[in-house]
Design a protein around this ligand. Structure first.
Ligand code: LHQ
Length: 259
């Protein structure tokens, strides 16, 4: 049997591929644990790329493991979230380096929301984002009910969640749910270009940017200004800031070292 998660180290970044294509990369326990381990072990990588093998990105929870007519019923879905999905979302959020997601095909249920947890989301124009939860009697999870209204506003967030309608990759980009969408054939080269750029970028500034952007949702404006001053103070002491300014003054590209 092939590995459910493929990890490839490329220069200063790591590619994580969800690899159960025959199930559209739906997550079973083995895959959850391998995905978690991959995220926990990015080490000194300066950027991470997450994508899916085959024609899908991720179809969420493996529903084959949830047949009401076989095995114990009802399952404890709260425990499934606490033990498997939420650790993944927290790990993605907690990585200090940029996490790029290339949504190569359908992203349904928690599969969609894992993608949306990443810092920069690219998608194929014909990818499908589906808040599939209502179709099986569930609520958006893996951070979906938090992120959707913030990115889209209540009307679109509620519409997607209650109807379970398909949102194409191109429409997701137009709506501001994701960063950009591309023709299917161009998606991966665009993703590689972006992640390579991040891996050669000012790593401490990216970490500070992530921290501030994430804190913004819970901060009052005034305290957020204080937070910016603290983070910027640290950036001002980094080698990469000195290099960035030197390069600007010398009219040459900066060579950031990641510290
Ligand atoms: C699948 C799956 C799948 C197993 C496609 N499982 N096999 C969190 C906490 C705790 C528990 C519960 O859940 C959650 C979060 C969640 O993620 S809930 C939402 C779970 N996901 C879904 O409800 C999506 C179910 N899948 C679909 O609606 C469709 O398959 C989509 C729209 C994703 C793709 O449709 P198609 O492109 O038409 O492909 P397909 O349906 O033919 O799927 C291809 C194969 O993949 C097929 O198997 P088969 O043996 O017939 O070829 C599907 O059964 C299998 N598959 N999703 N989640």
């Amino acid at each position: 049997m092939s590995d459910p998660i493929i990890v490839e180290k490329v220069d200063h970044w790591v590619k994580i591929t969800l690899n159960r294509p025959e199930r559209l990369n739906a997550l079973n326990i083995e895959m959850h644990l391998a995905f978690r381990s991959a995220l926990e072990n990015v080490g000194t990588a300066r950027a991470v790329l997450i994508t899916g093998a085959g024609r899908g990105f991720c179809a969420g929870q493996d529903l084959g493991d949830r047949n009401p007519d076989t095995g114990d019923w009802p399952p404890d879905l709260g425990q499934t979230l606490n033990d498997y999905f939420n650790p993944l979302v927290r790990l993605i959020n907690g990585l200090s380096v940029p996490v790029v997601c290339a949504v190569n095909g359908v992203a349904a249920g928690a599969g969609a929301n894992l993608a949306l947890a990443c810092d920069v989301v690219l998608a194929a124009n014909n990818a499908r984002f589906i808040q599939a939860f209502s179709k099986i009697g569930l609520v958006p999870d893996a951070g979906g009910s938090w992120i959707l209204p913030r990115r889209l506003g209540m009307a679109r967030a509620m519409g997607l969640a209650l109807t379970g309608e398909v949102l194409s990759g191109s429409q997701a980009a137009e709506w501001g749910l994701i960063w950009k969408s591309y023709d299917e054939a161009e998606l991966m080269s665009a993703a590689y270009e972006l992640v390579t750029k991040f891996a050669a970028g000012p790593t401490a500034a990216y970490a500070g940017t992530k921290k501030l952007m994430q804190a913004a949702a819970g901060n009052l404006f005034d305290e957020h200004l204080d937070d910016e001053a603290i983070v910027q103070q640290a950036c001002g002491r980094s080698d990469d800031y000195a290099e960035g300014v030197r390069a600007f003054l010398a009219k040459r590209p900066a060579k950031f070292i990641g510290s």
